[in-house]
Design a binder for this molecule. Structure first.
Ligand SMILES: Cc1ncc(C[n+]2csc(CCOP(=O)(O)OP(=O)(O)O)c2C)c(N)n1
Ligand SMILES: [Mg+2]
Length: 364
């Protein structure tokens, strides 16, 4: 029997190094115009990122203590992306779409920690009434159009929201319809057809949407550099005549700066942006992943770029905050997270008689 043909390019099209192509790129980023922030914004960002980090740590604790079940994908390490983008948008006006790694996007969008935690415990008080769980957070009030277990599933939904914003303004004459939609998804998802179809339509109709790629180098156990034709995802915008930008996704001010530019273009009717954030997850793919594939050197490289520590250094250097203030914020956040757990544990389960409720839109 003849041997299967060798496919050299299938193995990798880049030489693997502990840090991979991300490390080279971080040193030569195409754009490095960070946002300028005042003290209030700096503290808000620190608070939002701390909430994201500590909420996720608490989920891990609950999961490993056998109190939380199902698939749970944490966001540790990637906080600068959620806080940087959503923090630059108008809450309850702009729209957001997430993935199964959605807890922190929901928190940044203003969904109360109690409602997010309740959802993870399957309680009636959860933002999806306990029917969705970790991967399907939803809040109409906070314009969170969902977390999605299928990768890429949120992108066309986000596109629809962006289309509706434009349609209301241009076809229905609503001058105030200027909302922008942010769609968050991972590097692995960019090898999926829906990504390209939606980029095409977004550029064709100049839709007010930001495609936010959270490039954390891995799609479960598949290294990004091995899986895609050009690891620089932002360059794929070129094929559609779209604006693309790459940014240090461990630096919240860099992310915010890029987000501000993209939001401005979108609101002005100048169309979409493909924003690639170079980031890293500090934990395994999900809490069921023993995380044995990634090297210790790689993890160390990224641990040194911790976005929370980066922001703290900046705030102190610019005299925007001191250590005592930041420690106080952490303490308050810990209390908020503990409160969310107590609230969720004590909340009611959905009634079995309500099994078919919320499948279709409810009558008012
Ligand atoms: C349509 C579809 N195919 C396959 C899967 C299985 N799957 C779950 S997560 C994942 C990797 C996604 O990686 P990435 O987009 O980089 O996101 P990350 O988990 O790194 O945030 C895959 C292939 C899925 N959920 N949906
Ligand atoms: Mg990934």
């Amino acid at each position: 029997m003849s041997q299967a043909p060798q496919m050299a390019s299938y193995q990798t099209n880049k030489t693997p190094t502990p840090e991979g192509s991300h490390a080279e790129r971080l040193s030569t980023l195409a754009s490095a115009q960070p946002a300028q922030i005042d003290r209030a914004t700096g503290l808000k960002l620190f608070k939002d990122m701390t909430l994201g980090r500590r909420f996720e740590d608490k989920c891990a604790e609950m999961y490993y203590r056998g109190k939380m079940f199902g698939f749970v994908h944490l966001y540790n390490g990637q906080e600068a992306v959620s806080s940087g983008v959503i923090g630059a948008m108008k809450l309850k006006h702009d729209w957001f779409c997430s993935t199964y790694r959605d807890h922190v996007h929901a928190l940044s969008a203003g969904v109360p920690a109690r409602e997010v935690m309740s959802e993870l415990f399957g309680k009636e008080t959860g933002c999806s009434k306990g029917r969705g769980g970790s991967m399907h957070l939803f809040s109409r009030e906070h314009h969170l159009l969902g977390g999605y277990a299928f990768i890429g599933e949120g992108i066309p939904v986000a596109l629809g929201a962006a289309f509706s914003s434009r349609y209301k303004r241009d076809a229905l004459g609503d001058k105030n319809s200027d909302s922008v939609t942010a769609a968050f998804f991972g590097d692995g998802t960019c090898n999926n057809g829906q990504f390209y179809e939606c980029l095409n339509m977004a550029q064709l109709w100049k839709l007010p949407i930001i495609f936010v790629v959270e490039n954390n180098k891995w799609a479960i156990g598949m290294a990004h550099d091995r899986a895609t034709s050009d690891p620089e995802i932002w360059r794929k915008a070129d094929a559609f005549g779209m604006k693309g930008e790459e940014v240090d996704g461990m630096d919240v001010l860099a992310v915010r700066g890029a987000a501000e530019r993209a939001i401005e273009r979108a609101r002005n009717g100048e169309g979409p942006t493909l924003l690639e954030c170079l980031t890293y997850r500090f934990r395994g793919h999900s809490l069921a992943d023993p995380d044995e594939l990634r090297s210790e050197e790689e993890k160390d490289f990224w641990a040194k770029r911790d976005p929370l520590k980066n922001l703290e250094i900046h705030l102190k250097k610019q005299n925007l905050a001191n250590s005592d203030e930041l420690r106080k914020i952490e303490k308050d956040i810990d209390a908020e997270v503990n409160d969310s757990v107590e609230f969720a544990l004590g909340a009611a389960e959905p009634e079995p008689s309500d099994l078919t409720k919320y499948i279709w839109a409810e009558d008012k």
